[in-house]
Design a protein around this ligand. Structure first.
Ligand SMILES: NC(=O)c1ccc[n+]([C@@H]2O[C@H](COP(=O)([O-])OP(=O)(O)OC[C@H]3O[C@@H](n4cnc5c(N)ncnc54)[C@H](O)[C@@H]3O)[C@@H](O)[C@H]2O)c1
Length: 355
């Protein structure tokens, strides 16, 4: 039995994993990805309005725990996210997350949500949005290296946002590829399981690398990448954790989210501090050029930036009204007299004694 009723200002909407799944199923995955990409683009286009900082990372031998805060002056958002490639062996996700959106004027949270699913959606939506600006015109075939938790989201985002019709899958673990093939059945994509990275590359105009390994890995070697392709490199997102051979970087025009963070975490940690990169928001606002020739290799050195999570929180907050089922959490103390926090506990104690 509960001895106190939550006050009117104590309740914060909470989106559980089940509620998130319901929202995605009710809206449809592809529609969710397209709508989310619109929110992400809107926020990239007003980039100067955001408070920005490289994410705050706590590294350990097997992984990292990160906090990703940002604010546009009206709302504040942060995500807690981990990255532990070995987790899969104990039945856990490599990446899990949750996040909060708050009102800057009062500091009160307006939303608390799971963000494991939301991160997969926002990462895929960002990748495809960026590719819309950088990939060769009319690209239809994508190589998808790494067929873990993120992979189907990536494939569907590139279908819905960039119009690709074929994905060529490769993973060192054949079971991961079989799972992705199963999940992508009947989704309107031609799905080809490949036995090697080289085979996956055949005829691909877009290459997505989305593997998890805490080391300087070489998922793509220089000879695997021909002229004119767009590379969407997702998995190199921590110091000491990269996917591309350095020579590929030297042949590519490199696009990043926030250079201050990417130089620490992205593929470009392999290059000197002053190696030129283009910020993707500048391509979206027309300040910088994106793809300028058919021969050019464009590389999106993706690490995931806080504004993308902010956009995802903003999107979820907007669509929540159209879906039933979120819970209200008794999360904020709300005494009758705001200064009588102690008295609220005393009264609670007396009510408990009187029982
Ligand atoms: N850039 C971003 O915004 C962003 C967002 C989310 C996740 N990530 C990163 O994306 C990566 C994938 O995440 P996930 O949740 O799908 O992880 P996951 O563990 O579910 O899947 C990773 C897959 O990569 C495969 N793999 C490992 N080494 C490989 C190799 N050499 N060649 C081919 N396949 C290989 C594994 O077998 C596994 O199936 C992680 O490194 C994660 O940190 C980046």
């Amino acid at each position: 039995m509960s001895l106190s009723k939550p006050g009117p200002m104590s309740l914060v909407p909470f989106v559980s994993v089940e509620n998130m799944m319901r929202i995605v199923v009710e809206r449809g995955v592809e529609r969710t990805l397209v709508e989310l990409a619109d929110y992400i683009e809107e926020d990239f286009r007003r980039w100067p309005q955001f408070d920005k900082t490289p994410r705050i990372a706590a590294h350990s031998p097997d992984g990292v725990i990160e906090l990703m805060p940002t604010s546009d002056g009206r709302s504040y958002g942060f995500k807690y996210v981990n990255g532990h490639p070995k987790n899969v062996r104990s039945g856990r996700q490599t990446v899990t997350a949750f996040g909060v959106l708050s009102d800057v004027d009062t500091g009160y949270p307006v939303l608390l949500t799971e963000m494991t699913i939301l991160t997969a959606l926002r990462t895929a939506a960002t990748s495809a949005l960026v590719a819309k600006y950088l990939a060769p015109k009319g690209a239809k075939v994508m190589a998808m290296i790494g067929n873990g938790a993120q992979s189907e989201f990536q494939c569907l985002a590139f279908k819905a946002i960039c119009g690709i019709d074929t994905v060529r899958l490769f993973d060192i673990d054949v079971k991961a590829t079989e799972k992705a093939v199963r999940n992508l059945q009947g989704k309107g994509l031609n799905v080809v399981a490949c036995k090697s990275g080289e085979e996956a590359m055949e005829g691909a105009q877009i290459i997505t690398t989305c593997t998890a390994d805490k080391q300087f890995a070489t998922i793509l070697s220089d000879n695997m990448v021909g002229p004119g392709v767009h590379i969407n490199a997702i998995g190199g997102d921590c110091p000491g954790k990269t996917e591309l051979h350095r020579d590929i970087l030297l042949r590519s025009d490199i696009f990043v989210e926030y250079p201050e963070q990417t130089r620490i975490e992205g593929e470009i940690q392999q290059l000197p501090e002053d190696h030129p990169v283009t910020e993707i928001w500048q391509v979206m606002t027309g300040v910088a050029a994106g793809r300028t020739s058919d021969k050019q290799i464009t590389l999106f050195d993706s690490v995931g930036f806080a504004t993308e999570d902010f956009s995802a929180l903003r999107y979820l907050n907007a669509v929540l009204k159209e879906h039933q089922g979120q819970q209200m959490l008794d999360m904020l103390a709300d005494p009758d007299d705001p200064r009588d926090l102690f008295g609220m506990i005393e009264r609670y104690g007396k009510a408990a004694e009187a029982l």
